[in-house]
Design a protein around this ligand. Structure first.
Ligand SMILES: CCCCCCCC/C=C\CCCCCCCCCCCCC/C=C/C(=O)SCCNC(=O)CCNC(=O)[C@H](O)C(C)(C)COP(=O)(O)OP(=O)(O)OC[C@H]1O[C@@H](n2cnc3c(N)ncnc32)[C@H](O)[C@@H]1OP(=O)(O)O
Ligand SMILES: Cc1cc2nc3c(=O)[nH]c(=O)nc-3n(C[C@H](O)[C@H](O)[C@H](O)COP(=O)(O)OP(=O)(O)OC[C@H]3O[C@@H](n4cnc5c(N)ncnc54)[C@H](O)[C@@H]3O)c2cc1C
Length: 624
C-alpha cells in the first residue's frame, strides 16, 4: 500500500530518506513551535531555511529530494514563494534572455523572490488591480506606482521581511493607453544591507489565524512611490513594449499571464491530500488506542474506532485521502502534458487545464479543511490540544481555500467552462478529455441507476454512470435556466449557487473516475487492490448517500491502522502526541504538557501583581 500511495518503490525510498534526514536533525525540531513568539518563529524559519539550503548544496540533492526536504520540514516560509511562484512566473512569462539573467541568480539564492499580485482592495478580481507601470520613453523606464491605499500590495508571502525581488503585477500604461495587467520584475531591497530601495515602503501584514502555523511566513504589504525600473524588467513573453513605447502582442494567448496560478493550483491538490492524510492518520491511530465504555456485562472497554458512528464520520476521510492522492498524481501528469503542448504552440488544452486545476484545488482544499476540523472532534478533548498536531494542521491548511483563488470564485470558473461545453455539445461539437462524457447526452439524461446493493457500488461502470448522469443533468439544468434569463450575464449571476453545485458534481466525477482508472492499473501486493476498491466505493457512495455504507466500513475497519501507516509518516512529520506510531499516547501527552512556558515556574508570573492582591482582598472582605 505504501507503494500505491507514493506512486513507486523509488518514491517510497526517497521520501523515507528525506523524512529521516529531517527528523534526525535538531535544527528541524518543531515540537515547541506553537509556544514561540511571532519574532522567534520567524527567526526559526530563517534558520531552518538557511540550514535546509546548506544541506541541499552539501548533499547535492536533486529537485525531487529538495522538495521532499522542504515538505518534511513542514514550516511555511519565503522559500515556498521563491520556488513555487517567483521562479515559475519568470519561466512562464519571461523571454529566454530574461530567464537566463534572473533564473541564474534565483537558482543560486543570490536573490530571493516573491509573487506580488494581490492588493489591499482586490485579490480575486485580477483585472481590477490598481498598481500602475507607466512607460517613460525619455528614460526607457517604467514608473511603478501605488496610486491609492487600496493599491498597496497585500499578502505576498516573503514580501514582508525577506524577499529581495518580486514579480509585481501592475497595469501597463504606454502612449497614454491602459493595456491591463502585466508582470514586472522589481528589486525591492538592497543586496548589501537588505534595506528597502528608495520609494518602496514595505512591511509585514500582521499575525494570522492560530499559533505557530502560517505565522512563520512574512506575508507583506508594499507601497510604491514612482519607483523606476528598466524597460527590460517587464516580463515580455506575452507582450512587449518597444523602445519607442509601442505595445506589441505575442502570438501566445493572454491567459498565460495566469499560468503560474495554474501551476500552483495543481501542486495544492497534492498538498491537500497530504494534509488530509495526516489528520486521518492521527484520528485513526488514536481511535485504536482510545477506549471508552465497556459492554453492560462488564467486558473490556471499547476502542472508539469500533463505534459505527466514529467509522461513518472517519472512513469517508480515509477514502478521500486516497482519492485526492490519486487525482493529484493524475493532475500532475495533465499539467506536464499541457506544458509540453504549450511549448509546441498547441494551446487547445489550456481551458481544460484551467478548469481541472481550479476545480480540483477548490474541492480538495475545502473538503480537507472541513475534515481536519472534524478529526479534531473525532479525537475528543485531546484533539483540541496543540500537542495533537491538529490545530496547527487546520490553521496551516485553512487558507488554501482562499489563496491561489477563492474556492467559490474558482468553481464559478469551472461552471463557465461547463456552460460553454454544454452549448458546444448542443451545436454538435464532440467534447473531449474530462468532459467527453457530455457527448453521451441522450443516454445520460434519461438512464436509470442499476445500483441496488453495496456490491453494485463496487462495479466501476455503475459508479461512473451515476456520477456522469448527475454532473451532466445539473449542468444542462443550469444551461437551460440561464437561457431563460434576460441576458447570459444576469442568468449566470442569478444561478451562481446552482452553478457552483454543478461544478462540484463535475469535479467529483473526475475524482471518482481517476480512482477507478487507478484500480485498472497493475497494483502489486496481497489484498492491496481489494482494499482500494473498498475505499473507492466508500468515496463514491458517501457523496451520494450514506445508507448502505456500514457493510463497507466493517470491511475496512480491520485494516484501518495499516491503511494510515501506508502514508509512511515519521512521528516528527506527523507532529502529534495522539498519532504516534507506537501508540504511547498518554505518556506523550503528559510529557508535552510540561514543555509549555506556563509550566516553567510553579507559581505563575502575575501572581504577585494580580492574583495575590485579589485573593487577599477577598480574604479581608470575608473576615469583615
Ligand atoms: C523552510 C524550509 C526550507 C527548505 C529549502 C529547501 C529547498 C526548497 C526546494 C523546493 C521548495 C518547494 C516548496 C514547496 C512548498 C509548497 C507550498 C505551497 C505553496 C502555496 C503558496 C501559496 C501562496 C499564495 C499565493 C497566491 O494566492 S497568489 C494570488 C492568487 N490569486 C488568484 O488566484 C486570483 C484569482 N483570480 C483569477 O484567477 C482571475 O481573476 C479570474 C477569477 C480567473 C477571473 O479572470 P478574468 O480575466 O477577470 O475574467 P474571466 O473573463 O473570467 O477570464 C477570462 C478568460 O481567461 C480564462 N482563464 C482564467 N484564468 C485562467 C487560467 N489560470 N488559465 C487559463 N485560462 C484562464 C477564463 O476561462 C476566460 O476564458 P474564456 O474567455 O475563454 O471563457
Ligand atoms: C495565507 C495567504 C497567502 C497568500 N499569499 C499570496 C501571495 O503570495 N501572493 C499574492 O499575490 N496573493 C496572496 N494571497 C492572496 C490571495 O490570493 C487572495 O486572498 C485570494 O485570491 C482571494 O482574494 P480576496 O482576498 O480578494 O477575496 P475576495 O474576492 O474579497 O473574497 C471575499 C468573498 O467574496 C466572494 N466573492 C468574490 N468574488 C466573487 C464572485 N465573482 N462571485 C461570488 N462570490 C465572490 C468570495 O467567495 C469570498 O467569500 C494570499 C492569501 C492568503 C490568505
Amino acid at each position: 500500500m505504501k507503494v500505491a500511495w507514493a506512486g513507486s518503490r523509488h518514491a517510497v525510498e526517497v521520501a523515507d530518506r528525506m523524512a529521516c534526514l529531517v527528523a534526525s536533525d535538531p535544527v528541524f525540531r518543531k515540537d515547541t513551535r506553537t509556544m514561540l513568539s511571532r519574532k522567534e518563529l520567524f527567526k526559526d524559519t530563517l534558520k531552518k531555511a538557511a540550514h535546509a539550503w546548506k544541506r541541499t548544496v552539501e548533499l547535492h540533492l536533486t529537485e525531487e529530494e529538495a522538495n521532499l526536504l522542504r515538505l518534511y520540514i513542514d514550516q511555511p516560509g519565503y522559500v515556498d514563494l521563491h520556488w513555487v511562484m517567483f521562479v515559475p512566473a519568470i519561466k512562464g512569462q519571461g523571454t529566454e534572455e530574461q530567464q537566463k539573467k534572473w533564473l541564474t541568480m534565483a537558482y543560486k539564492f543570490q536573490i530571493i523572490g516573491t509573487y506580488a499580485q494581490t492588493e489591499l482592495g482586490h485579490g480575486s478580481n485580477v483585472q481590477g488591480l490598481e498598481t500602475t507601470a507607466t512607460f517613460d520613453p525619455s528614460t526607457d523606464e517604467f514608473i511603478m506606482h501605488s496610486p491609492t491605499l487600496t493599491s498597496s500590495k497585500w499578502w505576498p508571502g516573503g514580501l514582508g521581511k525577506t524577499s529581495t525581488h518580486a514579480v509585481v503585477y501592475a497595469r501597463l500604461i504606454t502612449e497614454g493607453k491602459d493595456y491591463g495587467i502585466h508582470g514586472f520584475i522589481m528589486q525591492l531591497r538592497s543586496l548589501d544591507d537588505h534595506s528597502p530601495l528608495p520609494g518602496i515602503t514595505i512591511g509585514d501584514i500582521g499575525g494570522k489565524f492560530g499559533s505557530g502555523a502560517y505565522n512563520s511566513m512574512d506575508n507583506g504589504v508594499m507601497r510604491l512611490d514612482h519607483v523606476r525600473i528598466p524597460r527590460d524588467q517587464m516580463l515580455m513573453r506575452l507582450a512587449q513594449v518597444t523602445r519607442e513605447g509601442k505595445y506589441v502582442h505575442s502570438d501566445v494567448p493572454k491567459q498565460l499571464l495566469y499560468g503560474t496560478m495554474v501551476y500552483v493550483r495543481q501542486t495544492i491538490v497534492a498538498d491537500a491530500s497530504r494534509a488530509l492524510s495526516r489528520a486521518v492518520c492521527i484520528a485513526v491511530r488514536y481511535g485504536a488506542i482510545r477506549k471508552q465504555f465497556g459492554s453492560k456485562a462488564g467486558g473490556p472497554e471499547t476502542q472508539v474506532l469500533n463505534y459505527k458512528t466514529q467509522q461513518s464520520r472517519l472512513f469517508p476521510f480515509l477514502a478521500s485521502a486516497y482519492a485526492f492522492r490519486f487525482v493529484g498524481q493524475w493532475l500532475k501528469w495533465l499539467y506536464t502534458d499541457v506544458t509540453q503542448k504549450l511549448e509546441s504552440k498547441d494551446f487547445s488544452t489550456l481551458p481544460e487545464a484551467h478548469a481541472c486545476t481550479a476545480g480540483l484545488k477548490s474541492v480538495t482544499t475545502s473538503a480537507t479543511a472541513d475534515a481536519i476540523e472534524e478529526c479534531q472532534k473525532l479525537c475528543g478533548g485531546h484533539g483540541y490540544l496543540n500537542s495533537s498536531g491538529l490545530p496547527e494542521l487546520f490553521a496551516v491548511n485553512l487558507p488554501a481555500c482562499t489563496y491561489e483563488g477563492d474556492n467559490v470564485v474558482l468553481l464559478l470558473q469551472v461552471a463557465r467552462f461547463l456552460m460553454k461545453t454544454v452549448s458546444q455539445v448542443a451545436s454538435g461539437k464532440q467534447p473531449v478529455g474530462t468532459t467527453a462524457y457530455m457527448g453521451n447526452i441522450q443516454h445520460l439524461m434519461q438512464c436509470k441507476s442499476v445500483v441496488n446493493t453495496v456490491e453494485d457500488w463496487l462495479n466501476p461502470a455503475a459508479i461512473k454512470e451515476v456520477f456522469e448522469a448527475r454532473a451532466l443533468r445539473m449542468a444542462v439544468n443550469c444551461a437551460q435556466n440561464i437561457s431563460k434569463a434576460p441576458s447570459q450575464e444576469e442568468g449566470f449571476s442569478e444561478l451562481s449557487p446552482d452553478l457552483v453545485e454543478a461544478a462540484v458534481a463535475h469535479v467529483q466525477l473526475i475524482i471518482v473516475t481517476k480512482f477507478i482508472e487507478k484500480l485498472q492499473e497493475d497494483i502489486l501486493g496481497h489484498g492491496v487492490k481489494e482494499q482500494l476498491q473498498k475505499l473507492c466505493g466508500i468515496y463514491a457512495l458517501h457523496l451520494i448517500h450514506n445508507e448502505r455504507l456500514g457493510k463497507l466500513y466493517a470491511q475496512v475497519r480491520p485494516n484501518a491502522v495499516a491503511l494510515v501507516d501506508a502514508f509512511d509518516y515519521t512521528d516528527h512529520y506527523l507532529g502529534s502526541a495522539l498519532g504516534r506510531y507506537d501508540g504511547d499516547v498518554y505518556s506523550a501527552l503528559y510529557k508535552e504538557a510540561w514543555k509549555d512556558p506556563l509550566n516553567e515556574t510553579v507559581v505563575p508570573d502575575g501572581y504577585q501583581e494580580h492574583l495575590r492582591p485579589l485573593l487577599k482582598q477577598q480574604l479581608k472582605l470575608s473576615r469583615l
